[in-house]
Design a protein around this ligand. Structure first.
Ligand SMILES: *Cc1c(COP(=O)(O)O)cnc(C)c1O
Length: 399
């Protein structure tokens, strides 16, 4: 007896079986993760229609998937934007925005207290592409005014900057920019749309590191850029050509995180003001920087434009008897629940040391000029029971 005939369809079955969309009278409650890099079409007319935009149709992963559209729709709603583009990181969003707005020969002005990655990008990469970059202190309007030359096309600022939390008056900044035909690009990562929607105050484009408060759980890296339809359609072409989209799973994770964004921010803001007041009154603390405190230099802007809410980020300097650096070390070692983690915006309270992390690349002189001492600590307040955060700090401040 010979062996039974081999299954001649095996390779075809392996490649095709089980791919049909299941029949169902119901639809998924939550958008599934579209883990596909390409879509099938019934005929060539459909390919034509989708490619020309005559009829809606997804085509290819790099052109955007339903999970990207979901993230774009939810963030556009939050920021009161006409449209949004979801990309792989906050830096990706900044690159895509600048790439859309600038050409060789244009000039870019960047707030000198911007996120380190932004400063490096402007100084190293855009200048290399023939886009001269200047840095200016945003808290000084006449310095900004002086930095905007006739060739300047974009001013890039942060609503609340890191780690001293300087706050800008968006409307005033937009007015200054538009008088000089400059686009105002605002990084709203720290303030978030819970505090302020810069587009409603005259900003032209908003960018986010959704890695922080929007994602909100320290488990995804993502970025968003937002603006009017004219900007978004140009930026989308740039995003597609440069391959900027994030993975569908990460888009799905970010949408998942945003579902609790308002609740998280409500708790974070309420916890943060209690923590800031506690630290401000503590004898071991030399100084607290928190936009929600009356002692903050721009608290009036916070009251006028951010409903008086200071957000979840603060910094403070500890007093050291003699050796201040040792006092910082002692404080950090005594913490148990609050972990050292050089990011922010998650549900847990975390701490970082700007001199050793975000501002490590600066020389000691540059750090001194920026007001960042070696005893400055940065805290991202989480959603824990406020009493537990205070107790943890009280115990750690016994050095
Ligand atoms: C983290 C951050 C970025 C960069 O975002 P990534 O998601 O890390 O690329 C940009 N701007 C600000 C204000 C940030 O905090």
């Amino acid at each position: 007896m010979s062996d039974p005939a081999p299954n001649t369809h095996l390779s075809t079955d392996c490649a095709h079986a089980g791919e049909e969309q299941p029949e169902s009278v119901s639809t998924p409650s939550v958008m599934p993760i579209y883990q596909t890099s390409v879509f099938n079409f019934p005929d060539l007319d459909a390919v034509d229609d989708a490619s020309s935009g005559r009829r809606p149709g997804f085509i290819y992963g790099r052109y955007g998937l339903p999970n990207h559209l979901a993230l774009e729709t939810i963030t556009a709603k939050l920021e009161k934007a006409e449209g949004a583009i979801a990309v792989a990181s906050g830096m990706g969003a900044i690159v895509a925005a600048l790439w859309t707005l600038l050409a060789s020969g244009d000039e870019l002005v960047v707030a000198n207290d911007s996120y380190g990655g932004t400063m490096n990008l402007a100084a190293r990469d855009f200048s290399r592409l023939g886009i001269a970059t200047r840095f200016a202190p945003v808290s000084n309007l006449s310095a900004i005014d002086a930095a905007l030359s006739p060739a300047t096309k974009v001013l890039l600022v942060e609503t609340i900057s890191n780690p001293l939390w300087n706050v800008i008056d968006v409307a005033q900044m937009a007015e200054l920019c538009h008088r000089k035909d400059v686009k105002l690009l605002v990084d709203n990562t720290v303030a978030t749309p819970y505090l302020i929607c810069p587009l409603t105050l005259g900003a032209d484009v908003v960018v986010h590191s959704a890695t922080k408060y929007l994602g909100g759980h320290h488990d995804v890296t993502a970025g968003i850029l937002l603006g009017d339809m004219e900007f978004v359609s140009r930026a989308r072409e740039v995003a597609i050509r440069t391959g900027a989209y994030l993975a569908p799973f990460d888009a799905w994770m970010t949408v998942r995180g945003i579902k609790t964004f308002a609740l998280r921010m409500e708790r974070i803001c309420s916890n943060a003001i209690q923590v800031a007041r506690f630290l401000e009154g503590h004898p071991k603390i030399r100084r607290v920087y928190y936009p929600g405190l009356e002692s903050h230099a721009q608290n009036a802007i916070v009251r006028r434009t951010m409903k008086g809410l200071g957000g979840g980020m603060m910094s403070f300097e500890v007093h050291g008897e003699g050796n201040a650096a040792q006092a910082v070390d002692e404080f950090v070692r005594r913490l148990n629940m609050i972990r050292l983690a050089p990011s922010f915006g998650g549900v847990t309270t975390t701490l970082s040391h700007p001199a050793k992390t975000s501002h490590r690349g600066l020389t000691p002189e540059q750090r001194k000029d920026a007001g960042i001492s070696d005893t400055l600590l940065r805290m991202s307040v989480g959603i824990e029971e406020p009493g537990d955060i205070l107790e943890e700090l009280r115990k750690a401040l016994t050095f």
